[in-house]
Design a protein around this ligand. Sequence first.
Ligand SMILES: C[S@@+](CC[C@H](N)C(=O)[O-])C[C@H]1O[C@@H](n2cnc3c(N)ncnc32)[C@H](O)[C@@H]1O
Length: 316
Amino acid sequence: MDILEKTYTAHSEHYDKDRQDHSEIQESWFDQNTADSWRHRRMYEVVDILAPWHHGKWFTIGDGRFGLDSQVLRRKGVSKAVPSDISETLLKEACRRGLIESYRVENAEKLSLENESFDVAFGKECFHHFPRPFIALYEMLRVARKAVVMIEPVDKKQPWTARAKEALKRRLLINPLSRKVINALSKGRLAKRGLRRGEYFVAGGYESPGCHVYKISISEFTKVALSLDLPIIAFKRFNDFYLKGGELAPASWKSKAYRKIRLTILWRDLLGKLGLKDPNVVSMILFKETPGEEILDSLSRRGWSIYHLSRNPYHA
Ligand SMILES: C[S@@+](CC[C@H](N)C(=O)[O-])C[C@H]1O[C@@H](n2cnc3c(N)ncnc32)[C@H](O)[C@@H]1O
C-alpha cells in the first residue's frame, strides 16, 4: 500500500478505534465547559466576520468529529452547512442523534462536488492531515463560489537562535573530525548511516493517525491566489496550545490543565509582541469574490491583514 492509501485508510478508520478506546474523549467534544473547547471556540471568529454570507450554502471538509464545525456554523447563523469527512463513523452517529441533517463522505483531495456548488468551503485543523494538501486546497477553491476558509498551523519565521544553531551545525559537519563525533553521538537520531558533508536530518513533526503536520505558508498561499487571479486574501495569526487531557479538564483557573493552556498562550503572545516568536496558527480567507464593505470593515476592526492582490493584466 502506498503512503496515500495508507493515510486515507488510517483516517477513514481512526474514529472507530478511538470509539472503542477513548469514547470519553469523543463525547467531551460536546462539552462547552472544557479547557479544550475554550481553545476551539476562539478559532471560529471568522464565521462572525462572514455574517453577510450566512444566507449562503457552506461546506465543511475534515469535519468528522460529529460534524461539529457545521454545527457551530449553524448556531452562528449559517443557514445551510453540509459537513464532510473521509471517515463516516461519527458523522453517521451525529445524524442518528439528530445533530446534523445530512453529511457527505468525501476525500478532500478528490471532492465529488460540482464546481462552485457551495458559497464557502470551510476547513478547520484538517488541512495538515492530508498527504497532498495543495490538491485539497485547489479542490476547495474549485467547489467554492465566494471563498475558502482555513484555520491551520502556520509556518514560523526562523528565530535567530534557530538560524545560529543551523549555521553551527553546518560548520561542524564541514569538519570531518567533528562530523565523526556528531555521527557517533547522535546514533540513529540524526541519520542511521552517518551524515556526510552537506547532509542534514530534517525532523518532520507527525501526528496520529499518521500525518506529517503540514504548516501553511502565507507567502505560498498568496502566490496561489495570485496565480488564480483571486482578488483578496485575508489572514490573522494567533497562538494556540494543545494539551493532552485538556478535553477532560474544566475551563476554570482552578484547573491545572486550563492554567497551563492559558499561560502558555499568554507567554507566546508576549514573545510575539516582543518580536521573538511568530504565532503558530492562522485563520485565512481566500476570497474568490470581492467581499462588501461590511466584511472588510469587520476584518480590519478585528486586526486581520487584508491583501488586495494585483489582477492579471493579461486577462482583464
Ligand atoms: C483534527 S481533525 C479536525 C476536526 C474538526 N475540523 C475540528 O477542527 O475539530 C482532522 C479531520 O480531518 C479528517 N481527514 C483526514 N484526512 C482527510 C481527507 N483526506 N479528506 C477528508 N477528511 C480528512 C479526519 O478524519 C479528521 O476528522
